[in-house]
Design a protein around this ligand. Structure first.
Ligand code: FA5
Length: 334
């Protein structure tokens, strides 16, 4: 049996064949060695011992052959798998298209970065506002003519609305903190407006607010000039025009010289040489009183800029609707 078993083990090269061989010779039920054990009771005591010893010796010899061969086959199979599943690490990878930030998101980040460097903190607020925050607290009473300037999307007429400006956040920020205050608030605003190349019904603003005990109109101009220089570079001019907002006094609007035509006049600036960026002014004493600040002790300035307009002026775009058109030919340019 021993010689036969070893001879038959010789050509075995797979685990399956090895398994068969194992069952054939060492198997617990029908293995060849087991057959010998079956004749044991017929032998004498000495005979049983002699046969038993021999049988055990052969069994353990075959078992160690089995173990060695099993290890050999396992190694061989492992090598074969490694060879078959080999990866060429020098092969170029598959190209996956990678997106990037939307130009408006990028503009918001660039603007808030500039103000963060000047010590402003960035906060956000609700898009659904109450009449109180969006209008009343900002010195715009129910019958005030300036409500006509901003056509409102009402949710509950006279009570709840989609904010028409980020200015309600002036009130929320001031009510939450004590002076000094320095905050910028980016966010979506909504107006029921006729849409054209420079007007959308949903757009973005960034509100700015600074309150301390010695701020003046000069501080406001300096701050906004710094912002324009940081964002647009040295080559562009800004100008301030007197304006009116119920919640600031005095009020102004700031324009930037058109980067497309260098002030000569083109489609981007509607042939004026200037692009309107923002409204601003010194916070009205009535607004300060509304939030419990003493107007004799504190003063401040506020501004609200249109993010789309800032991006239009920065990249020389003449159509605001491109931002939401999802046209990849447009978006890939940024
Ligand atoms: C306001 O909304 C004031 N809350 C701004 C302000 C804040 C003044 C703080 C004083 C102090 P106005 O309605 O002008 O102002 O809008 C501000 C800016 O938003 C504009 O200068 C313009 O850049 C942008 N904007 C206004 N309407 C639209 C629109 N329909 N589409 C895109 N941008 C707009």
């Amino acid at each position: 049996i021993r010689t036969k078993a070893i001879a038959e083990l010789e050509p075995v090269t797979t685990m399956a064949e090895l398994e068969e061989w194992d069952i054939r010779y060492l198997g617990r039920n029908r293995g060849e060695l087991k057959n010998i054990a079956a004749v044991m009771p017929k032998l004498t005591k000495d005979g049983r011992r002699a046969v038993g010893q021999k049988m055990n010796a052969v069994k353990s010899e075959l078992e160690s052959h089995l173990k060695a061969r099993r290890e050999e086959i396992r190694q061989k199979e492992l090598l074969a798998t490694l060879e078959k599943e080999r990866i060429d690490v020098t092969m170029p990878g598959r190209h996956l298209p990678v997106g990037h930030m939307h130009p408006l998101t990028r503009t918001i980040q660039e603007v808030t970065d500039v103000f963060m460097k000047m010590g402003f903190q960035v906060v956000q607020g609700p898009e659904v506002e109450t009449d109180y925050y969006n209008f009343q607290a900002l010195n715009i009473p129910a019958d005030h003519p300036s409500r006509d300037m901003q056509d409102t999307f009402w949710i509950v007429p006279g009570e709840l609305l989609l904010r028409t400006q980020t200015s309600p956040m002036q009130i929320r920020v001031m009510k939450q903190t004590r002076p000094p205050v320095r905050a910028v608030v980016p966010g979506k605003v909504f107006r029921n407006e006729a849409i054209d190349a420079t007007h959308e019904a949903q757009f973005h603003q960034i509100e700015g607010l600074l309150i301390d005990d010695q701020c003046t109109m000069a501080t406001l101009k300096g701050c906004l000039q710094t912002f324009a220089r940081e964002l647009y570079g040295e080559g562009r001019q800004v100008r301030f025009r007197a304006s009116y907002f119920p919640f600031t006094e005095p009020s102004a609007e700031m324009d930037i010289s058109c980067g497309e035509c260098n002030g000569k006049g083109c489609r981007v600036c509607k042939y004026t040489g200037w692009v309107e960026l923002l409204g601003c002014g010194m916070v009205h004493p009535k607004v300060l009183r509304e939030v419990g600040y003493d107007p004799k002790k504190y003063r401040g300035f506020a501004f609200g800029m249109g993010v789309e307009r800032i991006a239009l002026a920065k990249y020389g775009i003449n159509e605001i609707r491109l931002f939401t058109s999802n046209d990849l030919r447009f978006l890939r340019q940024f």
